[in-house]
Design a protein around this ligand. Structure first.
Ligand code: ABN
Ligand code: CU
Length: 644
């Protein structure tokens, strides 16, 4: 049996959980497994050493449309929880439903007639993009429904279907019955036919002038891996993987150079949600607002990574094992990539009096995974730096979700991509990361900082300072660029050299707030996207910002409820939820495949150490790193550029 409490369930544990359910309450063949995963032990169980190995599962009974939550005790093999959820609760869309939805659409006679009107008869080239339906008001019943947006490929199956959208022709599918229940077709028949491809078979030769870069570690790796526990430089953490989030990090801590013990920073960190509301008003467009984690499960959409392409260097991969909708375990090989990389300069100073230059190189440990959610890719990177910084970065790439116009028409709601009636509407990608703090212990407090000018009668002096305000109860706060508002989390149990509490801060470098009207359903359902930072007191079960089941949800789940009680966040176990993202005003260069667009955030030590913790980095004595800050005084240099 596993010794690490955060090690994801192994294949045999997943099978044991599925078997227990199938030979118990889920005996009917109508049950589908939305997810089976480790039920993570909570902090108290870890502190007290009372950890049980348990599986949590979410199931759907296709016969009744009802969903269930279950817990299986893996030591006894018994089902210890079986809970029927309220009618209409819709667990995330399962991978198998993508294919089932497309098949139902393509087999429908009326869909075929509508396609024929557009001159499309080759069903092997038609694509039905399985969009979550969201919620549109009282008239919507509680069936499990997906809205397929229609595209076609033209040349062959490698042609980019997003160049050929069928605007305002969408198909509703009942996923439990796998049948078409509605066609929304306003008769707009133009399908752009210009081919816009990125696949090599449609492109000319690749350039040949770039010589290879190789990354080598001649003396071996600097990190050690023991199961799912990793240590690198002074860092220590556990790797987890969930169906919902994909990669999760646990017990992130850093070694105290004096005592050798590990100081805790975060008990758990993960990317928990992302919503993408689109700005254009037409029916196909305004109803696009997927919650890519809560409705689709990042874990299931995780790529198998390839050495030299997705990651470069000396890589340690981790596989992820999940179950399909029939409860059969399968493995995504190389789902997580762990490696170390050079990161330019960490610190430098040249002393002009002595002509002494001291410079130290930065390097970082990268823990990454990549998900594909239909058209888009999101590459997620956690970076641990030598100065104690934890960075999270997202590279959004993949293919724009496009829309159709009449040839020659333009739209203020998006970027024209060609003159055959193809454009890409404006949208936002609003992510949310959940940070469960544990700065030097479990008791933490949260402060807001703003840089303000002092009220003064003397405008010549005009001092300004960083004003700190403690946040005392659960809350949501917005970024304020005018005051550079940011937040820090302070320990109750440890102080630094100047008697201040040890702390970490988060600076919202990429705040993006939802633009849709407060009365729109997507805003109601994505309340997390209305604030930059939310702080809640840690409570069991409060784990997703748009709630446990955002698929077809009706709004105000998740964070608005988590903070509703207004509990104290003074000297408590606190969770910070950071919303950030990309305001995607599309460029023509984002087409036909988008060069990465980057977003993310930094969390940095803020009085956690007594000084720069990276003074002891290797000095590169004897090579050009140690001296030579300028060419001053050297008559042979400095007047012109000269290659060495
Ligand atoms: N990237 C949004 C999305 C998700 C699922 C299906 C289609 C599109
Ligand atoms: Cu985008």
């Amino acid at each position: 049996m596993s010794t690490n409490p955060f090690e994801p369930l192994r294949r045999e544990e997943l099978s044991a959980a599925v078997d227990a359910l199938k030979s118990g309450p889920a005996a009917s063949d109508e049950f589908r497994f939305s997810s089976v995963a480790l039920k993570e032990p909570n902090r108290r169980e870890i502190r007290e050493g009372t950890i049980k190995r348990e599986a949590e599962a979410v199931l759907i009974d296709r016969a009744t449309g009802l969903a269930y939550e279950a817990v299986v005790d893996l030591e006894t093999g018994s089902v210890v929880k079986w809970l029927e959820l309220a009618p209409g609760t819709q667990p995330p869309i399962m991978m198998d439903e993508f294919a089932e939805c497309e098949e139902a659409v393509k087999n429908d006679t009326k869909v075929r007639e509508a396609l024929a009107k557009r001159g499309l008869t080759d069903m092997s080239l038609v694509c039905a993009e399985p969009w979550s339906i969201g919620y549109w008001g009282e008239e919507q019943d509680s069936r499990r429904v997906m809205r397929a947006l229609m595209y076609t490929r033209l040349e062959d199956e490698d042609d980019n279907c997003f160049a050929h959208p069928m605007e305002n022709f969408t198909v509703l599918v009942d996923l439990n019955k796998q049948e078409v229940i509605g066609i929304e077709d306003d008769g707009f028949l133009h399908v752009p036919t210009e081919l816009n491809n990125y696949h090599p078979k449609f492109l000319g030769a690749a350039r040949t002038d770039l010589k290879p870069i190789e990354i080598s570690f001649p003396q071996g790796r600097n990190f050690t891996v023991d199961g799912n526990h990793v240590e690198w430089a002074d860092w220590s953490f556990d790797i987890g993987f969930t169906p919902r989030e994909g990669l999760t990090l646990h017990r992130i801590g850093i070694k105290d150079k004096t005592s050798g013990g590990v100081r805790s920073i975060l008990h758990r960190a993960s990317l928990t949600e992302m919503v993408v509301p689109y700005g254009a008003p037409g029916r196909s467009q305004q109803q696009k607002n997927a919650f890519d984690a809560g409705e689709y499960n990042f874990g299931y959409m995780t790529n198998s990574l390839v050495l030299g392409c997705d990651c470069l260097g000396d890589i340690q991969y981790f596989d992820a094992t999940l179950v399909d909708s029939l409860g059969r375990p399968y493995t995504i090989e190389n789902a997580i990539c762990l490696h170390e990389e050079d990161d330019g300069i960490l610190w430098k100073h040249w002393d002009f009096r002595t002509d002494d230059a001291q410079v130290r190189r930065s390097r970082r440990l990268v823990i990454s995974y990549v998900v594909t959610i239909a058209n888009y890719e999101y590459a997620f990177y956690w970076y641990l730096h030598l100065d104690g910084t934890i960075q999270f970065e997202i590279k959004a790439t993949g293919i724009l979700s496009t829309a159709g116009l009449e040839p020659g028409e333009t739209s203020k709601y998006g970027q024209l991509l060609n003159k055959d009636g193809l454009y890409a509407p404006i949208h936002d990608h609003i992510f949310n990361a959940r940070l469960e703090w544990a700065i030097d212990g479990d008791r933490n407090s949260v402060f807001e900082v703003e840089t303000v000018a002092e009220d003064t009668d003397d405008p010549i002096i005009s001092p300004f300072y960083a004003k700190r305000t403690q946040l005392t109860t659960e809350t949501g706060r917005k970024a304020n660029l005018a005051t550079h508002r940011w937040w820090y989390v302070a320990s109750s149990d440890r102080t630094n050299k100047v008697d201040e509490p040890t702390a970490y801060r988060i600076i919202p470098t990429n705040p993006v707030a939802i633009k849709k009207h407060a009365g729109s359903w997507v805003t109601k359902r994505a309340q997390f996207a209305t604030k930059t930072i939310w702080v809640s007191k840690l409570e069991e079960g409060e784990r997703y910002p748009a709630g446990e089941y955002p698929n077809q949800s009706r709004g105000f789940d998740g964070l608005p409820q988590y903070i509703q009680a207004g509990d104290s966040i003074v000297e408590e176990e606190v969770v910070m939820w950071h919303s950030f993202g990309l305001n995607h005003v599309v460029r023509i260069e984002d087409w036909p495949v988008m060069p990465k667009q980057v977003t993310g955030f930094f969390i940095e030590p803020y009085g956690f150490f007594d000084e720069n913790p990276a003074l002891d980095l290797p000095r590169h004595e004897g090579n050009h790193c140690s001296t030579g800050g300028t060419t001053a005084g050297d008559p042979a240099a400095g007047s012109q550029l000269h290659p060495h």
